[in-house]
Each structure stands twice: as C-alpha cells, then as structure tokens.
Design a protein around this ligand. Sequence first.
Ligand code: SAH
Ligand code: F3S
Length: 481
Amino acid sequence: MEKIIDEKIQGQALDLEKNDKNKRKLFIESYGCAMNFSDSEIVASILANEGFNTTQNLEDADLVLVNTCSIRDKAEQTIRKRLQKYNAIKKINPGMKVGVLGCMAERLKEKFLEEERIVDLVVGPDAYKDLPNLIKEVEDGRDAVNVILSKDETYGDIAPVRLGGNGVTAFVSITRGCDNMCTFCVVPFTRGRERSRDPQSIINEVNDLAEKGYKEITLLGQNVDSYLWYGGGLKKDFKNASEIQKATATDFSQLLDLVATAQPKMRIRFSTSNPQDMSIDVLHTMAKHKNICDYIHLPVQSGSTRILKEMNRQHTREEYIELIDNIRKILPNCAISQDMITGFPTETEEDHQDTLSLMEYVKYDYGYMFAYSERPGTLAARKIKDDVPEEVKKRRLSEIVTLQREHCAFRTEAFVGQTLEVLIEKESKKSDQHWAGRTSQNTVAVFDKENYNKGDFVMVKITDCTSATLIGNAVGYSENN
Ligand code: SAH
Ligand code: F3S
C-alpha cells in the first residue's frame, strides 16, 4: 500500500463532518497500511447511518474502534499498548465500548476477548456491514465477534466518508485480499482471498471525488496488478468464467486507462505493484496518460533469487531487473520505491550482499525496510526456523537503510535545477509561509505560498533540497490547473 505508515506515528484520530442528527460519538483510529485508513472511511460511512458522528476526543467517545495491523509483531504490540490507554479512559467513562477491527481482529478472533478484557467487539475486514448488528449485541451486554471472510465483499456499494484528509488526495480501493501467499506474510490469512471491485463503481467514486474538488487519487490493493473484473467473484475462479465474461473482463491496465480517461485532470497513483504480476501493458498505459504519476512502488523483499524462492515470490532477481529495465525504457522519468526484509530465515551474508547490489543497480528513490518478524500461522513460521540472530537482522537492516538514504539523496538532488509540477496538499510542517505538495514522482516539494491555494497544480523551479525534500519557487500554474 502507499505506504506502510510507520506503526509509531500512524495512530491518528479522524474527524467526520458534523451532522446534528447524529448523537452518538465514534472515535476511530487506524494503524498499518493505507487499506486500513481507507477501510476506516467505509466503517465511518456505515456507522454514520446508525447515528454516529466521529469525534477527535477519546474521552467523549461512546464507541472506540481501532483498525489494527498484524504485519509485524511490533505493530501488534503498539496496538496492545493503545488498548491500555483505552482501558484507563473506560474507568472514567464506563459506558464506552471498545471494538477491534482489521487484521489483528481476524488473526486473533475470539481469543482477543480473553486476552484483552477491555475489548467488547471483534470485527474482521470483511464483516463491517455487520457492525450495526454487532453494536446492538454489545449494547445488550453481549460480546460480539464477526470474523467471517468473504469471497465477494468489496464494499463497492458504500460511499466512504472522507476522514481527516487534506481534501486534495484520496484513496480508492480496487481489490481486497491477496492470493499470493508470500511465505512471510500474514495478509492472505487476515484479509482473505483476492477479489476485485466493479470498475463502474470505481469510476463513480473517482467522478464523485473530482466533483468534490479532489485532485489526486491512489488506487489501492494488496496487489493492484492482479486486478481482474469479470463480473465478480474470486480471481482464482476466473478459469471457470464464461466466454463472454472472459472476453469482456477488465484487467489492471484497462482499469487504469478507464480511470485516467474518465478524469484527465485527476492525478492517478496506485499501490502496491507486485513484480510478478506487473505487465508491460501497465507501463504503456502509464506512458499514454499524462495524469498517471511517474511513480511505482515495487517491493522486492530481497535481491537474492534463493531467498525470493524461499519467500514464494514468483520471480528471480534477473526477472526483477528486466522489469526495472523496462520501466526505465518506457518511463524514463519514473521514480521507483521498494520494500525489503532483512534476516529472512536462512539468509546468508552473500544473500544480503545480493540485496545491497540490487539496490545499487536500481538506486531506488525511496524505500521501506524491515527486519523479518515471524508471524504465527504463515508458511515460513510453520516450515523454516527463524534462524538469523536478531543482532544480525538489525545490522543488515541498518546497512540497507544507510544505502537507501544515499540513493534517496542522490535521486532528490537530481531534481535540483528542474521545473516540476507540484500539487499543493497542505501547509509545510516547518513554516506557515510555505506550501507542501508532491511531484509526479512522489517527492515532497516546499515553496513560498504567494497567492497559490491548496489543490492548485503549480510549476515549481527546484533550487535546493534536503535529503528527501525539494525546495523551490513557484513560477506559475501548470497547464493542468
Ligand atoms: N502487497 C502488500 C504488502 C503488504 S505488507 C502491499 O500492498 O503493500 C508490506 C510490507 O511489509 C511487505 O512488502 C514486506 O516488506 C513487509 N512485511 C510483510 N510481512 C513481514 C514480516 N513477516 N516481517 C517483516 N516485514 C514484513
Ligand atoms: Fe503479502 Fe505477498 Fe500478498 S507481501 S499482501 S502475500 S503479495
């Protein structure tokens, strides 16, 4: 997803527009990937119809929902600490109910109620439409759990309530679940089988966002390249589809084309791409449309073919390099970012060197790097001993982080002297005299506010930079404005 928001900083209260009819107060907080933030907007929409307004004030809440992440042990620990904070508040406000949503709910199920006595409600990612019933159960004094995974739920019929955003950029989910079964990953277990959302409902949502003044959307899925709409149902059942369904199916490159054509002024991003599923067609569609951003988040996890195989990633180092070469050829200005895992079981120093040399080859614009964390129930946990010592994982992690920093600075510096289109998203954190926005390549740029406004597309002459931020001066509106 664009992108794992660090577990430490992602806890974020979200505020819903005030609606006077709605009397009950919901505090909703999201951890983990962008999909969780997007799901919380669906949950807020479902509960707005049940008389809930969101509040940013935890003490006032009648219902607290925490949308959780299980991707690494640390993410789960962060959430458990947060539950203690809710517990302290529940002592002052005993009527307050606490619900756990998302991947931890799905992973731990009823066990959550035993382990964390404070929890009243456990709801998995496919069961949010059942929340109104579950809340009634809780109000009647019963614990409520629904962790049933679905093969067709995409929430395509629910208009998300945009929570606490900047009013300029929004997420639009296009697939749910994942069928890839990377051996380290808990997502296929917590989010279920992969299904795609009806393209028409995606276009409707994007059109609606454009009408409301949004200027950039990110199409979201665990693995957007495997998007496939043939009338609904699981991706894996496509082989049983009728000839008509097969002939009229929409794949990801076609979806991108549809969205980019429907809203030619809307900037379009997508996340996450999976090297094994990304097609050349997607690259050509990106090249065809000016409004599709020059940025691909392309996790690789390791530079060693042997480790990639152990991870059940369906490509070799060489195939990945070929994809990178194609991106450079078809999209010469495209920024690329990575996810890496250090210390996957059996990883040797030589495998680690392969990761470093792959990074040298690509010189990623940005990266998200993690030490391997064994997740209960995954194939790796069941089959391979977590045998790389913690200090070795950490040392390797710090080596790839250091190298990534160098590459990030190298890529950022290369923009100095250029004039780039920046979409203004918000005030700069460091100065209320400056706007902050992003370039097509997803690099943050700051510049003097002058008379420009949030949501404007501005041409910015880049004069300087820090390691990851561009600094410049606006020279006029872009033609997209
Ligand atoms: N396809 C997903 C990937 C979700 S997980 C997406 O849309 O982003 C995000 C990243 O977390 C992965 O790419 C991987 O680098 C990391 N990750 C997943 N499981 C992990 C584990 N068990 N230990 C450490 N890092 C992990
Ligand atoms: Fe996880 Fe691999 Fe899917 S990282 S989300 S199983 S593509």
